[in-house]
Ligand binder design. Sequence first.
Ligand SMILES: O=C(O)CCC(=O)C(=O)O
Ligand SMILES: [Fe+2]
Length: 596
Amino acid sequence: MRSPHTAKVPNHGHGVEFSGRSLETVLSGRPDHQVIISESRELRTRHTAASSQLSSAIYLSLQSPDDRTRVVAGIPMIPSRALSIPWSPPCKRSIGIVVVVVDRPVPSCFIPHLFDRSLYIHLPLYLSLVRPGQSLISSSLLLRRPYTEPSAQMADCMQEWPEPVVRVQALAQSGLSSIPRCYVKPPSDRPMAPPAAASAAELVSDVSIPVIDLGELLAGGSNVVAITEAVAAACREWGFFQVVNHGVRPELMRAAREAWRGFFRRPLAEKQRYANSPRTYEGYGSRLGVQKGAVLDWGDYFFLHLAPEAAKSPAKFWPANPGDCKEVSEEYGREVVRLCEVVMRVLSVSLGLDEEHLHRAFGGAACGATLRANYYPRCPQPDLTLGLSAHSDPGVLTVLLADEHVRGLQVRRGGSGQWVTVQPVRDAFIVNVGDQIQLDSYRAVHARALHVRARTPAARWPNGYCYSRRPTPAALDAMRTHAWAYPKSRKHVPAPVHGQFIDRPSAPILSNSIYKSVEHRVVVNAKEERISLALFYNPKGDVPISPAPELVAAADGPALYPPMTFDEYRLFVRKKGAMGKAQIEALKGQASSPEN
Ligand SMILES: O=C(O)CCC(=O)C(=O)O
Ligand SMILES: [Fe+2]
């Protein structure tokens, strides 16, 4: 064992110098610890092998003289994604110094998302952002304050909108004949044919998402297998479907829609009382994402947390007018959540799992639900903008109550990239699969792949995983996504956590190619305003969702998949705003790396 105060600090290969003197400065408050910063072979290999989207990473270990409080962290940096660092339990009693080497600027507000929340609780964590070529300590880049307050860190950059908020409704009502530049989409993102221009004939001939009658399923009829297969097929082929006879009373649906229509008809000054901030998004909003200079959408919204009880938006966020808005929305929320649970059961069964499997995996009774009432005013130039840019929904499922008169939702159809306008059926809900289903299926399927492949003696791939000599493209994606520098020893495989997606290695698993969240967007029109209510059914916010430890252990290698909580993912999405499927793609290590 090395003596305290010494540090073995090789140049890590990207031009970053760590001088021994500087490290002693770092350690001056902790003479009983030593820092070893070393380049990991795996990371270097990975850096070479993977795409240029991966930036630098560093391996850091911190040891106490008795060798008991050893911390090892490898940090692959992809600035555009939220990461959790696998952190072995003993570190919770030790000091942490984490060095993040980046080769592009990363806003400091991003840093909290890099780390497992437990770090803030247990560690006085010091961070440094270093660009290649810069010296670590002498340039005083080390942040000397402990990172103990992630929420405050977050608040720094999520406190206010980056530009003064303009209500789209107010703009529309001002009678302008052309839309301000900040709403004009680049040509590639514009709707080709605004729905206002579409003739009735075109509407009828639209290919449409499947419509599924849940009546018999809810009544326990004999047609359950066929209904289950219809839902599964719709999820496979479209990621979207409509449901009728879904068990939610049509009167309640109409009351909820009218309550929110009523809210948006209130005077602007009254609505402004509920103006939201990017911190929680609760309240009256007019943009998604905090990117300064972003092209905005032609729509306003009202966002609320409905469930679980503990996360419910406090009374101050609820509109006082219309007087029944809160009561109706709450009842509506409860009913739609029940419907989500039914769909989850159907999806579980369609995968050969026990019917409560998905519900349990996403947090059971503690699953979350949020409501966004979307309001799209009339638009003088609907061909230049969108009511809601292309995006996929971050949660598990979305249940949308669309406007009964005005179309606007478009769904991206499979490989063709064609946008298909949804024709809402009366009293139906539009249901779509969210990113969590895709993410979990993604992790699950690759855990399975690992399980199988680990038995093949093979080339060593970054992080020490054994794959067959030619990893499949999907396996490569998985490695880029989840190539965590877990310590190699089994004992560092994270402890089991509640909410595992797969509960046994032999369980049938979701497949990446089966259920995918699908991109959708909203087009606006010159003649009519449009309203929709989107209920997002989400996993419990803090449950790390990852494959079962048994599965990882069975692979005879280190854990491949870091847990990521929904809260972490959602924050990431909230900061970016709608950006097609780039968020989820970023998690696969495939996207370009925009600021988070
Ligand atoms: O308004 C719509 O039709 C779709 C809304 C939507 O996609 C959303 O709120 O995420
Ligand atoms: Fe959506």
